[in-house]
Design a protein around this ligand. Structure first.
Ligand code: A3P
Length: 346
């Protein structure tokens, strides 16, 4: 009897021991693969992690971020909000457009800065009459919680092209900073088309080819009634904004460069927003699988943008591309003149 109990006990100990060793091995393997789980980045982009001072602030930031995250999910108590002196602030800067310029990438990348808190959703306060009628307190209520020293940024790309928006934003804050991210106009128009096409395909609907929409078949000229074309005439929209805001209140981001080499563009934005330069190459790594830069917040948390960003564009008849580029050329020249910056657009 005693012998049987001893055998049973030994068997139990063996099972428990195996489980413990197994768990330990699993943990070691996880830690070991952490590095390997990070997407591969080219050698030139592999930068040493930040120094001790930065690590400390990153840790604080990590804590703050998780607190802000809980708040966003509605999990924080009123006591926590009061204790940490958290507030919902109106945006001090808005990414007003342009649709398909890279507005999401810009917002997410700026959010890497410890002094920036993004409004995750597009709020559409100034371009949607129903929302606008809800008043400024409704708008403020849509803003994320932040610490008083931080600045809130929201993005709603439709603001740039909507008639009423400049006056409405001016009435809220006449000294607000306005960010516009642009891409080569024809590429942006095709990107715009691709997004609509994908929406139609999802609903099993057919859609015209880009060429048919962009060129008026009667005149064989560029169809300026087509929204994707109109949106790419940046100067026309900017001129409306300039009736309310001086040009110094705008900063134009090169969306094509944000794709290929984001850091210099982000550093220009930091300067425009009067923020200390805090976003570094460490925060951005090229993900070869995605074909885009992704974001690294710290040693454990990194993310890429959703799959809806960076779609494959359909092939467009080169003659139509050439026609569009010729059409946009004079508008682009005017745009450069106004903003005092040129881009490598044809
Ligand atoms: P495409 O899908 O045409 O490639 P928006 O956020 O304004 O809708 O812009 C979407 C565009 O952001 C994408 O257009 C993509 O090219 C661009 N983009 C810029 N940086 C990106 C990044 N790091 N990851 C994914 N897309 C990025």
């Amino acid at each position: 009897m005693l012998f049987k109990q001893q055998v049973l006990l030994r068997q139990k100990l063996f099972v428990l021991g195996s489980l413990a060793i197994g768990s330990l091995l699993y943990l070691v393997a996880r830690v070991g693969t952490l590095d390997r789980l990070q997407p591969i980045c080219p050698i030139e982009n592999r930068v040493a992690p930040p120094g001790l001072a930065d690590q400390i602030s990153l840790r604080t930031l990590q804590y703050k971020r998780s607190l802000l995250h809980e708040l966003r999910k509605g999990n924080a108590t009123k006591e926590q909000i009061r204790l940490h002196n958290l507030v919902q602030q109106l945006p001090r800067a808005i990414i007003i457009g342009v649709r398909k310029g890279g507005t999401r990438a810009l917002l997410e990348m700026l959010n890497l800065h410890p002094a920036v808190v993004k409004a995750s959703q597009e709020i559409h306060f100034f371009d949607n009459d129903q929302n606008y009628a809800r008043g400024i307190d409704w708008y403020r209520g849509k803003m994320p919680f932040s610490f008083p020293h931080q600045i809130t940024i929201e993005k709603s790309p439709a603001y740039f092209i909507t008639e009423e928006v400049p006056e409405r934003i001016f009435k809220m804050n006449s000294s607000i900073k306005l960010l516009i991210i642009v891409r080569e106009p024809t590429t942006r128009a095709v990107s715009d088309y691709t997004q609509v096409l994908e929406g139609k395909e999802r609903k099993n609907k057919t859609y015209h080819k880009f060429e048919k929409l962009a060129i008026d078949t009667n005149t064989c000229e560029v169809n300026t009634k087509y929204k994707a074309v109109r949106t790419s005439i940046y100067t026309k929209h900017l001129e409306r904004w300039l009736k309310y805001f001086p040009v110094e209140q705008f900063h134009i981001v090169d969306g094509d460069r944000l794709i290929t080499d984001p850091l210099p563009e982000l550093q220009l934005v930091e300067r425009f927003l009067n923020l200390p330069s805090r976003i570094s190459q460490y925060n951005l790594y090229f993900n070869a699988t995605r074909g885009f830069y992704c974001l690294r917040f710290n040693i454990v948390f990194s993310k890429c943008l959703a799959g809806s960003k960076g779609r494959t564009h359909p092939e467009v008849d080169p003659a139509v591309v050439a026609k569009l580029r010729k059409f946009f050329h004079p508008f682009n020249q005017k745009f450069y003149q106004i903003i005092g910056r040129t881009f490598n657009w044809p």
